[in-house]
Design a protein around this ligand. Structure first.
Ligand code: IPM
Ligand code: MN
Length: 341
C-alpha cells in the first residue's frame, strides 16, 4: 500500500453532485488499481446551504478544507441566489484564502470529440492555459458612490503585483519547459500599459531563467488565433480576466464544456482545488444527462498534482476511452464505463 490521501469533496449544486459522484468512482478505481488509499470528506457548501443558513463559506469550513490534501468541487450556483454571492463568497474566497495562484486549464481535443473548427483534429489542439488566479480585477478593489443616482461612479481596479505575476509566470515557464519549450504571454500591452509592462518585463526575465522561448500576443489577437491557428500556442500564460475569457473560448474549440477541466493550484502547499469549467446547469440537473467527463478529467489533474502520475494518466485514458458515443449514455452509465476502463 502506498500513500493515503484525505480528499475533500464539495458536490455543490445542480449537476455538481451528479458529476462529482462519477469522478469519485474513477479516483476510487484508480486508487484500488495503483495501490494508494483515499478517504473522502464531504462539504455541504453551495446555493442550498446558503439559502438554508445564509452562509456561503463558514470560517470553520475553510479551516477544515485546509487540513485536506486536495479538494474536488462539482459546481455551485442556482438562479435564486443573486449573482456574485457564491462567486465571491465561495469560489473566489477559496482561491484567495488557499492562495491558489495558478488556474491551469488544458485545452485539449480528445479523439471522438468534434471541434467546431473545420479540419482541426486531436493532433492540432493540445495546449495549456495558465491563468493567474488571485489578482487582476478579481482582487475586488474598487467601489461605488452615489449608487442609483445620476452621479453614480463605479470602479474596478486591476491589481497586479510583481510577486504575484512572477510566481504565476514561473509555474507556466516550468510547464513550458516540460513540453515544447515555448511560452506565450497574452495581455493587452498596447492599452494596459502599466500592468502590461509589468507582465512583459517579468515574463522576459522568467523565460530567460527557465530557458524557454517567449512569444507575446495581444488578448484580442489571441482570440482570433485560437480559432484560426490554435497550433501556434503550446503554453499560454495570462492574467486572471483574460484567462477567464480565453478558456471559455478554449473549451468551445475543444468541443465544449463537456471535457473542460481545471485545476486551481498552489504548487507548493496543500490543498489545491479541482473543478470542471462548467457550471451547475440547473436546467438539466436530475435528468441524468450531465456529462461527467470534465469532472473526471479534473480528478485526473488532482491525482497528477498529488504525484499519482500513473493513476492520473489511467483516469484520463478511461475518460477518453468512454468518449466516443458518450452522448448515448446517462451520467451514471458513463461514469461506470470510465471507472471500469
Ligand atoms: C470560472 C468562472 C468563475 C471565474 C466565476 C464563477 C467566478 O467563470 O471559473 O472560469 O470567473 O473565475
Ligand atoms: Mn469562467
Amino acid at each position: 500500500m502506498g500513500d493515503s490521501y484525505h480528499l475533500a469533496c464539495v458536490p455543490g449544486d445542480g449537476i455538481g453532485p451528479e458529476v462529482v459522484a462519477e469522478a469519485r468512482k474513477a479516483v476510487d478505481a484508480a486508487a484500488a488499481r495503483f495501490g494508494f488509499g483515499v478517504d473522502w470528506v464531504d462539504f455541504d457548501l453551495g446555493a442550498e446551504r446558503f439559502l438554508r443558513t445564509g452562509e456561503a463559506l463558514p470560517d470553520v469550513a475553510v479551516k477544515e478544507l485546509r487540513e485536506t490534501d486536495a479538494i474536488l468541487l462539482g459546481a455551485v450556483g442556482r438562479p435564486d441566489v443573486p449573482p456574485g454571492v457564491l462567486e465571491r463568497g465561495l469560489l473566489l474566497r477559496l482561491r484567495f484564502e488557499l492562495d491558489l495562484y495558478v488556474n491551469l486549464r488544458p485545452v485539449k481535443l480528445y479523439p471522438g470529440v468534434a471541434s467546431p473548427l473545420a479540419g482541426v483534429g486531436p493532433d492540432d489542439l493540445d495546449l495549456l492555459v495558465v491563468r493567474e488566479n488571485t489578482e487582476g480585477v478579481y482582487a475586488g478593489a474598487g467601489g461605488v458612490v452615489h449608487r442609483g443616482g445620476p452621479m453614480e461612479v463605479a470602479t474596478e481596479t486591476s491589481i497586479e503585483t510583481r510577486a504575484g505575476v512572477e510566481r504565476c509566470l514561473r509555474y507556466a515557464a516550468g510547464r513550458a519547459r516540460e513540453r515544447a519549450g515555448r511560452l506565450t504571454l497574452v495581455h493587452k500591452t498596447n492599452v494596459l500599459t502599466h500592468a502590461g509592462d509589468l507582465w512583459q518585463r517579468a515574463a522576459r526575465e522568467v523565460a530567460g531563467d527557465a530557458g524557454v522561448v517567449l512569444d507575446y500576443v495581444h488578448a484580442d489577437a489571441a482570440c482570433l488565433y485560437l480559432v484560426s491557428d490554435p497550433a501556434r500556442f503550446d503554453v499560454i500564460v495570462t492574467d486572471n480576466l483574460f484567462g477567464d475569457i480565453l478558456t471559455d473560448l478554449g473549451a468551445a474549440i475543444a468541443g465544449g464544456l463537456g471535457t473542460a477541466a481545471s485545476a486551481n493550484l498552489n504548487p507548493s502547499s496543500s490543498p489545491s482545488l479541482f473543478e470542471p469549467v462548467h457550471g451547475s446547469a440547473p436546467d438539466i440537473a436530475g435528468t441524468g444527462r450531465a456529462n461527467p467527463v470534465a469532472a473526471v478529467l479534473s480528478a485526473s489533474l488532482l491525482l497528477d498534482h498529488l504525484g499519482e502520475r500513473e493513476a492520473a494518466a489511467a483516469v484520463e485514458a478511461g475518460a477518453v476511452a468512454a468518449l466516443p458515443g458518450a452522448a448515448g449514455y446517462s451520467t451514471q452509465a458513463l461514469g461506470d464505463r470510465i471507472a471500469t476502463a
